[in-house]
Design a protein around this ligand. Structure first.
Ligand code: 1CP
Length: 373
């Protein structure tokens, strides 16, 4: 990949062979392709992190964002849940603000709170001053990815990720986590030219971040638009979808599976699917069969998507019998969608991330129940 500028790149297809994990039997890849996987693939958003004692131990005294740039540590943390729970996919240990940090912006992750900017980004001058992301700023992450790939079994995949521009913009504009995203929406409505300038700045940065992960060898990517569900479908279409679409367009030539996910997106599922992912992530509010039917009936000419989801993370607090019951229900709902031709395949996941106080053994139990389903 050449120097990263404020442009969306078209990847050099010769380099695309870097995405090389060819084990046709990997359950994750089989499910995305629409083949029958040898077992139901499962991974969990936020499977690495505070639910694991071994994570708390290795992170002790090391700031979150520092750990994301320490290759040995990020590889170790990425592998911890894969080994403990026998996951079918690893999710790269990183954060949606990592590309901002890599590019030199002032951002920290504050324990118990989340990403906090040194200064909220709200003016055209601040937007213009957002630095470009240069490839050499991602060296430690590339190194971490290489280490993870050496440690994964060939039937396990590594998923790289990035935050989608709306969700990343919310942290920039609000200056940190936000309950209602009101400053973000105010910019969108009152100063649309400023909003679009910010999106034009973030989209290439995010695309480059994903491309760098793919060239380092990740097998799949996920674009998290966690907070998109705060928008009406009309606003999502006007202010957000074109930019997320550009990012997936820039990544698609690599030919690896792309997942798009947001929380509370029942009303946006069709629009999320239109942005162009191979896999649609579904939160726990909409049953898998309903989600797939909703999308396929709205877009009858498209090849059915695969679907990822959607156990309510709170169920992991309710004991093994309840976990089993919900896993079975979700597996049946996902199966129905496949049988009816609305869905190509199912990747089991939570409807959002593992909550920090979740018991690690309950998570392992859920993985076992999925594999037995
Ligand atoms: O010190 C710590 O342990 C801080 C907790 C933590 C961790 C473990 C944060 C702060 N980020 C992460 C890692 C992380 N973040 C991963 C990799 C680990 C894994 O999934 O196993 C991923 C995929 C993310 C992505 C992320 N960060 C999202 C999108 C996914 C989602 O949960 O919706 C978002 C919105 C963030 C922001 C963020 N980072 C951290 C927190 C606490 C938050 C949320 C803050 C908020 O509520 O706005």
């Amino acid at each position: 990949m050449g120097a990263m500028t404020n442009e969306l790149l078209t990847p050099d297809l010769a380099a695309a062979s870097a995405a090389r994990r060819a084990d046709a039997d990997a359950p994750y890849l089989a499910a995305v392709r629409g083949d029958k996987p040898s077992r139901r693939p499962v991974w969990m958003m936020r499977q690495a992190g505070r639910s694991l004692p071994e994570y708390r131990k290795v992170r002790e005294g090391i700031p979150m964002l520092d750990s994301c740039f320490m290759p040995d540590l990020l590889a170790e943390i990425t592998m911890q849940p894969v080994i403990r729970h026998d996951a079918d996919a690893a999710i790269l240990f990183s954060d949606i603000v990592v590309p901002l940090k890599a590019a030199g912006m002032d951002v920290e992750i504050v324990a118990g709170r989340g990403p906090v900017m040194g200064e909220a980004v709200r003016t055209s001058e601040q937007i213009a001053n957002i630095p470009d992301l240069e490839p050499d700023q991602l060296g430690p992450i590339v190194e971490g990815i290489e280490q993870i790939l050496e440690r994964l079994r060939t039937d396990q995949v590594l998923i790289g990720f990035a935050g989608a521009p709306f969700t990343v913009a919310s942290y920039l504009i609000e200056g940190g986590p936000s309950k209602n995203h009101e400053v973000t929406k105010a910019m969108m409505y009152a100063e649309p030219q400023l909003w679009h300038a910010l999106m034009e700045k973030l989209s290439p940065m995010i695309a480059h971040f994903l491309q760098a992960q793919i060239e380092a060898g990740v097998d799949a990517i996920q674009l998290f638009d966690s907070w998109a569900g705060f928008l009406t479908a009309r606003d999502y279409r006007e202010y957000v979808a074109p930019y997320s679409q550009k990012i997936l367009d820039a990544v698609r030539p690599y030919g690896i599976p792309m997942t798009h996910f947001g929380v509370g997106t029942g009303e946006l599922l069709v629009d999320l699917a239109k942005v162009g992912p191979d896999v649609v992530g579904v939160d726990w509010r909409v049953p898998m069969n309903v989600a797939a039917k909703r999308v396929q009936q709205a877009l009858p000419d498209q090849t059915p998507k695969a679907y990822q989801g959607n156990l309510d993370p709170a169920v992991l607090f309710a004991g093994r019998d309840v976990i089993r019951e919900h896993v079975k229900r979700i597996a049946a709902e996902a199966y129905e969608a496949i049988e009816l031709g609305y869905s190509r395949g199912h990747i089991f996941n939570l409807g959002h991330g593992v909550m920090p106080h979740t018991d690690a053994d309950a998570i392992t139990a859920a993985f076992e129940e999925v594999h037995n389903s």
